[in-house]
Design a protein around this ligand. Structure first.
Ligand code: MSP
Length: 479
């Protein structure tokens, strides 16, 4: 039986247009989904949009739209951008969809009856008095402020006093600590696990509903309240599977990999597992957290106007090259700077020259000299290469996985430079040099499939033929 693999991205807020920050997480998820499919995994890859809350309602009002109109528009924009990046998600969940809303209500009804490990009610009514940042859609403590302002949004948080229902997170502290320490929820990389453990010491019960919010799902047992946008959003990982009434969730839950950046670590490593325990469900196996990246050394923000639309890159470099350029720059999980200024140089040296030129030279020589080849055509053919590549993939080192392949391509180039087959006269002699090189190209192309699906498909078709022929230029040089 094939192994099931359920992978998720965060569902993105619709108050912001999709930029390469969102694209990065989504491409990583796509690479992992495609890699597992290639290895005969049974994959379910989920992404979507997070559409409730004051921040979204305010963004809609600012452009004179109803919240729903606004959500429909921006959510469609996310879907279109993901199509443009050849993202192979199996589902796209929207928190304003009927299927999601219905199931969030059921989840709340279950939580209402649930008991904590200490036998107390999970949900209780209380009053929240404190600070709230609408930009983060998050409650803040004095300690978290910098000069009285939210460190992320540089705005003063609102002072709130309202009736809320709370989730008794305090009763889950010990069990959460144990599960995180023992890697029952494996938080990757380890520095994020330590951050989660440090945060755990300071957390309190959290609000699951809001009184003053208008754009949201009604709390089923108190209509004066809307479900807090974060609990609404986290539930998407279950509602998309049809939880609780559709047995499909039994096939896919728990998630095998949940991807995100560190901005939402607390929600996913502490709140979310506690909610799942209250529902009696198992916990996600891996929570993989990457850094928040900067663009050419600067923080990406609306006010700086440096947020890059993934379509811009696709237009300039093509889909596969965009995916390559974003994933080859740094290791997943590290603080990273997207050096867009270096993209043209990298494109030319690694794609136009590196891969593209090698494919063109070898195919051209084989065609010109009418040399047939008989290449092995399976993923596992080159065990050494595959193993090295897989080790990197298993540790989320996507840049290094790509480097494994490019090292092989460079070695092929060196062979050609050294032997100069274009100067050879004897067909057998040429074949002796070119056939192993063509085999390497084919093996690399097979492994490249999750990263650059269309390019891989082209090369595999081209080099899989008995008589290899020169094809179209894969990556025309950029000036
Ligand atoms: N809606 C919530 C998530 C709910 S999930 C149950 C949210 N949305 S968001 O639109 O702000 O998306 C945050 C995520 O987008 C990050 O965790 C990360 O995956 C991605 N990124 C957004 N900006 C980014 C960078 N500048 N750098 C890297 N990733 C970024 O939070």
């Amino acid at each position: 039986m094939s192994k099931k693999f359920y992978i998720t991205t965060p569902i993105y807020y619709v108050n912001d247009k999709p930029h390469i920050g969102h694209a990065y997480t989504t491409i990583v998820a796509d690479v992992l989904a495609r890699w597992h499919r290639q290895n005969k995994g049974d994959v379910f890859f989920l992404t979507g949009t997070d559409e409730h809350g004051t921040k979204v309602a305010e963004s809609a009002a600012a452009v004179g739209k109803t919240p729903q109109e606004f959500c429909d528009e921006i959510s469609a924009l996310f879907e279109a951008k993901w199509k443009n990046l050849n993202i192979s998600n199996d589902d796209f969940i929207r928190t304003t969809s009927a299927r999601h809303k219905k199931r969030v209500i059921e989840i709340f009804n279950l939580l209402k009856d649930a008991k904590t490990p200490q036998g107390r009610e999970v949900i209780y009514q209380g009053e929240y008095k404190g600070l709230y940042c609408t930009g983060c859609e998050k409650f803040l403590t004095e300690k978290e402020l910098v000069d009285g302002k939210c460190p992320d949004h540089k705005t003063a948080p609102a002072e709130l006093k309202e009736k809320n229902y709370f989730f008794r997170l305090s009763d889950y502290k010990d069990i959460l600590r144990k599960k995180i320490e023992k890697d029952e929820i494996n938080i990757f990389p380890v520095k994020r696990k330590n951050e989660a453990l440090a945060m755990l010491e300071f957390i309190d019960d959290f609000s699951v509903s809001r009184e003053t919010v208008k754009w949201g799902i009604d709390l089923p047992f108190d209509k004066s309240q809307k479900i807090y946008v974060w609990v609404d959003a986290l539930s998407n990982y279950l509602t998309a599977l049809g939880y609780p009434d559709d047995k499909n969730y039994k096939k896919w839950w728990p998630a095998d990999v949940q991807l995100m950046a560190q901005d939402i670590l607390k929600f996913h490593t502490l709140y979310w597992p506690a909610i799942l325990m209250a529902l009696g469900l198992s916990l996600p196996k891996n929570i993989c957290i990457h850094g928040f990246f900067t663009i050419n050394g600067e923080k990406m923000s609306k006010s700086l106007g440096n947020a890059i639309d993934p379509d811009e890159l696709v237009e300039k470099y093509g889909v596969d090259a965009t995916r390559y350029l974003l994933l080859s720059q740094f290791a997943f999980g590290e603080e990273a700077d997207v050096q867009v200024a270096r993209f043209p140089e990298k494109f030319n040296s690694n794609l136009a020259n590196g891969l593209g030129n090698l494919v063109a030279r070898v195919s051209n020589l084989l065609e010109k000299n009418k040399i047939p080849t008989d290449l092995r055509h399976d993923y596992n053919h080159d065990r050494k290469l595959t193993k090295e590549f897989e080790e990197k993939m298993e540790n989320y080192k996507f840049n290094e996985a790509l480097e494994v392949l490019w090292k092989r391509l460079r070695a092929c180039d060196e062979i050609l430079t050294k032997t100069e087959p274009w100067k050879m006269k004897n067909k057998e002699e040429i074949k002796k040099v070119l056939e192993p090189v063509a085999q390497d190209i084919l093996s690399v192309a097979e492994l490249l499939q999750p990263f650059m699906p269309a390019t891989s498909e082209k090369i595999v078709a081209q080099f899989g033929a008995k008589q290899i022929k020169k094809g179209e230029t894969l990556f025309p040089r950029i000036s």
